[in-house]
Design a protein around this ligand. Structure first.
Ligand SMILES: Nc1ncnc2c1ncn2[C@@H]1O[C@H](COP(=O)(O)OP(=O)(O)OP(=O)(O)O)[C@@H](O)[C@H]1O
Length: 276
C-alpha cells in the first residue's frame, strides 16, 4: 500500500463567486479505501469531477495513476459511480450491461463475470423495473466495474439507501478492495467511513483540515479518560497508569472499565466547529 495512485496538490476550483476548493492537498495509496469526508457543500463531488476529468480546475496539480485526469491512457483503468443511475427500466439486467459494453467497446464476456461478482447472475433476465432497490444498486455497481478498473471513484454510494441495501453495497466495495481495487469514496456517513476506510481526509470549506487512519484520529483527539463503573459509582478518571493502579486498589466490585475515545463523527464535528 505504498504507491500513490492519486496525487493532488493545491487544487482549486470556483464557480463564479463560489469557492468550491482552495489549496486542497491529498494523496491516495495503491490498494486502500480512501474516505473523502465532509458536510454538504464541502466540495466532495467537485473533487471527484476534477479527478475524473469531468471538470477542469482553476489551479493546482492532479496525477491519477501517473497521468493527468483527462488522459485517455487511464480511462480503462477507472470506474466512476455517482448518483445518476441511468439504468433502462424496460430492459433486462443483462441487456443493460450489454448496451453499456457495446457503447464502451467492452468484451461482452465480461457481463456474466461481473453479474456473478455482484450476485445478480440469477436475475440476468429480469427487467430492471422488477428489481429491488438493492439489486438496482448492485447493477449500477456492475456497470461501474464491468471493465475491471483498478481505481474506483464512488460518490456517496450508500446515500438514501436502506440499511440492508447500504450494507450490500459496502460488502461489494470491501470485496473489490480485497482483490486489489483502490477506492476513492465520498460519504457523509462517518460510521461507514470508520468501518471501511484505511485512511480518511476531512474536507471543510474546500480544503483538507485533517487526515489519517480512523483509529489514529480517534486516539489523537481522545480526551484521554477512562470510564470506571463499580457497584456504587459510574465515573471517569484521566488515562494515567499510576492513577488507574491507585484507583483499582480502592475498588471492591468493578463492573466495567474502558477508555473513552471519540467517534469519527465527534472528531469531525470538533474540527469543523473549531474552523468556523
Ligand atoms: N456547477 C456548479 N455551479 C455553481 N456552483 C456549484 C456547481 N457545482 C458545485 N457548486 C458549488 O460548489 C460547492 C461545493 O459543491 P459540491 O457539490 O462539490 O459539494 P459536496 O461536498 O459534494 O456536497 P454534497 O455532499 O451536498 O453533495 C457548493 O457550494 C456548491 O453549491
Amino acid at each position: 500500500m505504498d504507491k500513490n495512485v492519486i496525487e493532488v496538490k493545491q487544487l482549486s476550483k470556483s464557480f463564479q463567486k463560489t469557492v468550491a476548493l482552495q489549496g486542497c492537498d491529498f494523496s491516495v495509496r495503491k490498494g486502500e479505501i480512501f474516505g473523502f469526508l465532509g458536510p454538504s457543500g464541502a466540495g466532495k463531488t467537485t473533487t471527484i469531477k476534477l479527478l475524473t476529468g469531468q471538470l477542469k480546475s482553476d489551479g493546482g496539480d492532479i496525477q491519477i495513476l501517473g497521468e493527468k485526469p483527462f488522459s485517455s491512457k487511464i480511462k480503462s483503468q477507472i470506474g466512476i459511480m455517482s448518483d445518476n443511475s441511468g439504468l433502462y427500466e424496460k430492459m433486462s439486467v443483462y441487456d443493460n450491461l450489454l448496451l453499456f459494453a457495446k457503447i464502451y467497446d467492452i468484451d461482452k464476456r465480461c457481463i456474466e463475470k461481473v453479474l456473478e461478482e455482484v450476485d445478480l447472475l440469477d436475475a440476468k433476465k429480469q427487467l430492471v423495473s422488477q428489481l429491488s432497490k438493492g439489486m438496482k444498486q448492485r447493477l449500477i455497481f456492475a456497470r461501474t466495474i464491468i471493465h475491471s478498473p483498478s481505481l474506483l471513484f464512488l460518490d456517496e454510494p450508500t446515500a438514501n439507501l436502506d440499511p440492508s441495501t447500504a450494507n450490500e453495497v459496502r460488502e461489494i466495495i470491501k470485496k473489490l478492495n480485497a482483490k486489489g481495487t483502490t477506492v476513492f469514496l465520498t460519504t457523509h456517513n462517518m460510521e461507514e467511513a470508520d468501518e471501511m476506510c484505511h485512511r480518511v481526509a476531512f474536507l471543510n470549506h474546500g480544503h483538507i483540515i485533517e487526515s489519517g487512519h480512523p483509529e489514529d484520529l480517534k486516539l489523537k483527539y481522545s480526551k484521554k479518560q477512562i470510564r470506571m463503573k463499580t457497584s456504587q459509582e459510574d465515573y471517569t478518571i484521566p488515562l494515567d497508569p499510576k492513577l488507574l493502579k491507585q484507583e483499582l486498589e480502592h475498588i471492591d466490585e468493578l463492573l466495567m472499565i474502558h477508555s473513552i475515545e471519540p467517534t469519527l463523527k465527534e472528531v469531525f464535528l470538533t474540527l469543523t466547529k473549531e474552523e468556523s
